[in-house]
Design a protein around this ligand. Structure first.
Ligand SMILES: CC(C)(COP(=O)(O)OP(=O)(O)OC[C@H]1O[C@@H](n2cnc3c(N)ncnc32)[C@H](O)[C@@H]1OP(=O)(O)O)[C@@H](O)C(=O)NCCC(=O)NCCS
Length: 154
């Protein structure tokens, strides 16, 4: 994987991969997430030989009336999964998030049940019972567990 490049991406770069992986090849427009039209997401990507193979995005959102950061749109192109590419994208996104004030905590995601161990390996812990997302399947809410975060609290 010597040609692997991990970098920030634009929305236009991640939308087609999101649509392919997360919208079953649906139209690119179907892969837009809340906030995209306002340019709110911070997008990360992995590229191999000039092709985008993985992506993820972070959004500042209100959860239960409190600002937080939601990780969304994690996707790795079929044929490139299980090789650590998605993990590298998540780690790059998390590192930049930690290092770029203001750091809006906590950071969480609604994970597909099948991806639970993937997120656990990157420091997330379940914070809900499984729930169903219509048309997608069972999910579980997970939150990044950070030790000794100044002001991070429990
Ligand atoms: C989940 C996903 C983004 C992980 O990306 P990746 O590049 O395969 O991740 P890595 O190679 O760093 O880690 C692979 C781990 O992800 C987990 N995983 C979850 N779904 C997987 C899938 N469909 N294929 C392969 N691994 C998957 C496995 O636990 C795997 O662990 P292993 O290496 O012990 O087998 C990718 O598998 C994917 O796009 N899946 C389909 C879409 C999806 O479920 N997105 C998450 C939405 S919450």
């Amino acid at each position: 994987m010597s040609d692997l490049l991990i970098r920030r991406a634009t929305l236009d770069e991640v939308l087609p991969l999101r649509a392919l992986v997360l919208r079953a090849g649906g139209p690119v427009e179907s892969a837009r997430l809340p906030g995209d039209d306002r340019g709110e997401g911070v997008h990360w990507s992995a590229w191999i030989n000039g092709e985008i193979v993985a992506c993820t995005s972070l959004y500042t959102v209100e959860r239960d009336g409190v600002r937080s950061t939601q990780l969304r749109g994690a996707a790795t192109r079929e044929g490139h999964r299980g090789m650590g590419v998605g993990g590298k994208v998540i780690e790059a996104a998390l590192s930049a998030w930690r290092e770029t004030p203001p750091v809006v905590r906590p950071l969480w995601c609604n994970a597909r049940i099948a991806a639970r161990t993937f997120y656990e390996r990157h420091g997330f812990m379940p914070i809900s019972e499984p729930f169903d997302v219509e048309g997608v399947g069972p999910h579980i809410r997970m939150q990044l567990h950070e030790e000794s975060v100044p002001g991070g609290g429990a």
